[in-house]
Design a protein around this ligand. Structure first.
Ligand code: C2E
Ligand code: CA
Ligand code: CA
Ligand code: CA
Length: 274
């Protein structure tokens, strides 16, 4: 039994080693991809409540790996966070998003900000400078952060949020409901929007208490002057339930997945969404 235990231990160590190598390889491939402009930013529309009009776009990173094909952000973002590359990556996404913002001044453009990037030195100054140099308007840019960002070192988080708002950015709280914060907690932070996590939208179909939860989030959100968006809307019955609950915006495959920037024009002009 002891012998077997050791074998398992070695196997475990070998796997660990393997996974470290895989991650190191991915980190260096990612660095190359960024340098060689092999990464792309795609855009998913945020719709008004009956899905008839595009209100904004969310920028989402895409990596088409020469060998592996499409690598989902869920696989490479954590590695980019570990290595610190996420700061550079995030700034590159913002730069790209600014160009789209300039081209479509009627739309708000949402950009995801990793907790690592949010806490990186000079964050507010650097992203303000990017927007300035791209001659975009920070008021058109919405930064999506997660609840976790607010939870640790609350004091510092507040200083950064205040700085971002002073620079003209709007703030959205992403994946709302999956963290530990309450809406009451939120009142300490001047955010503009909450995005109700996809998991709540999905449970609308299975009855449960999803409707009641969403209704109360909307109610409290509105009482605090926030816009409430629902993420991951896939069916028209979800759409009607969300309209009923008083949500302001919808995002999900029911309307469109994320598309490359050269398809934004046709998305906007297609009879459906103009
Ligand atoms: P997120 O910010 O919550 O983005 C929404 C994710 O849900 C996107 O996945 C989007 O494609 C997907 N989605 C949209 N509508 C639906 C739907 O109706 N059903 C389902 N099942 N999924 C839907 P994606 O693009 O794979 O991104 C995953 C996560 O990776 C993002 O979650 C975000 O946390 C992160 N990410 C993506 N791009 C960036 C980036 O530029 N910077 C940072 N820091 N993170 C990013
Ligand atoms: Ca997001
Ligand atoms: Ca989200
Ligand atoms: Ca998410």
């Amino acid at each position: 039994a002891k012998h077997q235990g050791r074998g398992q231990c070695c196997l475990f160590a070998a796997r660990m080693d393997e996974s470290i190598k895989t991650r190191q390889l991915m980190a260096s491939e990612l660095r190359q991809a960024l340098q060689q402009e092999k990464l792309q930013v795609y855009y998913q529309p945020l719709m008004n409540i009956d899905g008839s009009r595009v209100m904004g776009l969310e920028a989402l990173l895409r990596w088409h790996h020469p060998g592996k094909g499409f690598v989902p952000p869920a696989e490479f973002i954590p590695i980019a966070e570990e290595t610190g590359q996420i700061v550079q990556l995030g700034e590159w996404v913002l730069r790209e998003a600014c160009r789209v913002a300039r081209q479509w001044p009627q739309l708000s453009i949402a950009v995801n900000v990793s907790p690592i990037q949010f806490r990186s030195a000079g964050f507010v100054e650097r992203i303000s400078e990017i927007v300035r140099s791209e001659q975009a308007d920070s008021q058109q840019i919405e930064l999506e952060i997660t609840e976790g960002v607010l939870m640790d070192d609350t004091q510092e988080a507040k200083v950064i949020i205040d700085g971002l708002r002073a620079a003209g950015f709007r703030i959205a709280l992403d994946d709302f409901g999956t963290g530990y914060s309450s809406l009451n907690y939120l009142s300490h932070f001047p955010v503009d929007k909450i995005k109700i996590d996809r998991s709540f939208i999905q449970s609308l179909d299975s009855g449960e208490n999803a409707t009641a939860i969403i209704e109360s989030v909307v109610k409290l959100g509105h009482a605090m002057g926030l816009t409430v968006t629902a993420e991951g809307v896939e069916t028209s019955s979800q759409m009607s339930a969300l309209a009923e609950a008083g949500c302001n915006q919808l995002q999900g495959y029911l309307f469109s997945e994320a598309i490359p920037p050269d398809r934004i024009a046709s998305l906007l002009s297609s009879g459906d969404y103009s």
